[in-house]
Design a protein around this ligand. Structure first.
Ligand SMILES: [Fe+2]
Ligand SMILES: [Fe+2]
Length: 484
């Protein structure tokens, strides 16, 4: 079948809305219909707890047209239409990088790269249900109906991202793809025996500040990985990732504006109470808001956990995936070099004789480092906007991302302990300082004490400001979730 004939046309009526011509692809359609009940069971077991019957004002992807791809309506989450939507095929697309640069993009998986490609898809796929599992308790402490709706929106879209990866596995990887698709429903975030594949996706998301930090920092890792995979020579993966990126933007919006609103509320409350010292923590907390130093600690935690997702600074896997044309760089097509990197170098931050130093490494081996550098640059932009809010209140405080060596568990710096500036610390010094730079039990208890469910329309918990505009331009008192 010519894929081009199905572009733009979304079959929205069937069990699985799609623009991949599933109706004519009996084998894959059956495989997905067989996988569907297991997915629904997983969603009911591991999806948002306590709100499965509530009507949620959600957007559903109904097309891949950049101008109008979503439709908003009330939906019970288990009835959400998790579709398979690929961005339109770019006519005459060629492979932008690696050994096959300039050749026509692949519509099928070349045998020699099958295992490597499957692994990349499974790792990406595993993160999607993991975050739903991590966030499943948060509905019970939502600071408003607006925020609750945003949480559920992120959750159903992560579910759709799982579908996106499962489609690729079922369509292009035969029996082992099917087995991987099953296994994606079996692993559980934080489970001792069968955890999710990556560390940050086994951590807890115990409160709403964590949720906002997670969607800001960790969903942004998702963005970088999807950007790199969107360059892939394997065209169906590229197209899938391109459409996922449209949804991902909303997740990071939820994170960035969420943290902004927390900061805003803290600054407002401090101003009203005449407190100008951000370190007057006890007084600030008495106002029912989260003090800025604690917000900084949460950022330190989520940023450092997320950096681990980029893997080892020097990596043969990353080199192989690039060389093969499977995973490119951030904005590969906009970079002006030979896109093969066989003879170039890239500066990598390494631990040499106990000192952190830049060292030129073969560019192919340094691709994880490069993606991480791009990530840090991207993550800093929103931090700048947070600081603008603090500055507008005249409060002498600045949120800063810690040094990349801080609190690491993977790569060069996992062997050392450092302060937030990257200065090496002895174990004893680290233990003494830890609660100054990462959330302590007391900080967690305090934040938890603020996490009270607010179900009244247009009302917000004490610690967070309302958003500037509503979702889908709805007014402030709009009932984003009809609680059942
Ligand atoms: Fe996702
Ligand atoms: Fe996401």
């Amino acid at each position: 079948m010519n894929v081009a004939t199905t572009i733009g046309k979304v079959d929205y009526d069937g069990l699985i809305p799609n623009n991949v011509g599933l109706g004519e692809d009996v084998r894959v359609k059956r495989a997905l219909e067989k996988w569907h009940p297991g997915y629904i069971n997983w969603w009911k077991d591991m999806g948002p707890e306590g709100f499965q019957e509530s009507l949620v004002y959600l957007r559903t992807a109904v097309s891949v047209d950049a101008k109008g791809w979503a439709k908003f309506d009330y939906v019970r989450m288990p009835d959400y239409k998790w579709g398979i939507l690929l961005a339109p095929q770019a006519e005459g697309r060629t492979i932008p990088f690696g050994a096959h640069a300039g050749e026509a993009a692949w519509q099928e998986v070349p045998g020699e790269y099958r295992a490597m490609l499957r692994r990349l898809i499974v790792i990406q796929g595993d993160t999607e249900p993991a975050s739903v599992e991590q966030q499943r308790h948060l509905g019970k402490t939502a600071p408003s109906l607006y925020d609750m709706r945003n949480l559920f929106q992120v959750n159903v879209e992560e579910g759709r991202h799982l579908w996106a990866m499962v489609y690729l596995l079922q369509k292009y990887f035969g029996t082992d793809g099917r087995e991987e698709a099953e296994a994606l429903l079996e692993r559980r975030s934080g489970d001792a025996d069968s955890p999710r594949m990556l560390g940050a996706f086994n951590e807890q998301t115990p409160d709403w500040l964590s949720f906002f930090m997670f969607t800001y920092f960790t969903d942004r890792d998702g963005k970088m990985q999807l950007e790199a995979l969107a360059q892939s020579a394997f065209d169906p993966l590229s197209r899938t990732c391109r459409f996922m990126l449209t949804e991902e933007a909303h997740h990071m919006f939820v994170g960035e504006t969420g943290v902004t609103r927390v900061i805003q509320r803290t600054c407002e409350a401090m101003k009203e109470a005449g407190i100008s010292d951000p370190y007057d923590i006890e007084r600030v907390r008495k106002l029912g808001v989260i003090d800025l130093p604690t917000i900084q600690k949460k950022a330190n935690l989520h940023f450092s956990l997320t950096l681990d997702l980029f893997g080892n600074e020097i990596s043969t896997n990353a080199a192989n995936a690039f060389h093969a044309g499977l995973k490119g760089r951030y904005r590969e097509t906009r970079l002006a070099d030979d896109h093969k990197l066989e003879s170039s170098t890239y500066p990598v931050l390494r631990l040499i004789d106990g000192k952190i130093k830049n060292e030129d490494a073969p560019a192919l081996a340094a691709l994880n480092m490069r993606l991480r550098d791009d990530y840090v640059g991207d993550a800093n932009v929103g931090v700048g906007r947070w600081n603008k809010v603090i500055e507008s209140f005249g409060i002498p405080f600045e949120i800063k991302l810690p040094h990349v060596a801080f609190h690491r568990h993977i790569g060069e710096f996992s062997k050392i302990k450092t302060d937030i500036e990257g200065k090496a610390l002895s174990d004893a010094e680290w233990q003494a300082k830890r609660s100054d730079v990462l959330p302590s039990d007391a900080d967690r208890d305090f934040i938890e004490s603020l996490m009270q469910l607010q179900l009244e329309r247009g009302r917000f918990a004490s610690w967070i400001a309302p958003p500037k505009v509503g979702i889908d331009n709805k007014p402030g008192e709009f009932e984003y979730v009809k609680i059942a």
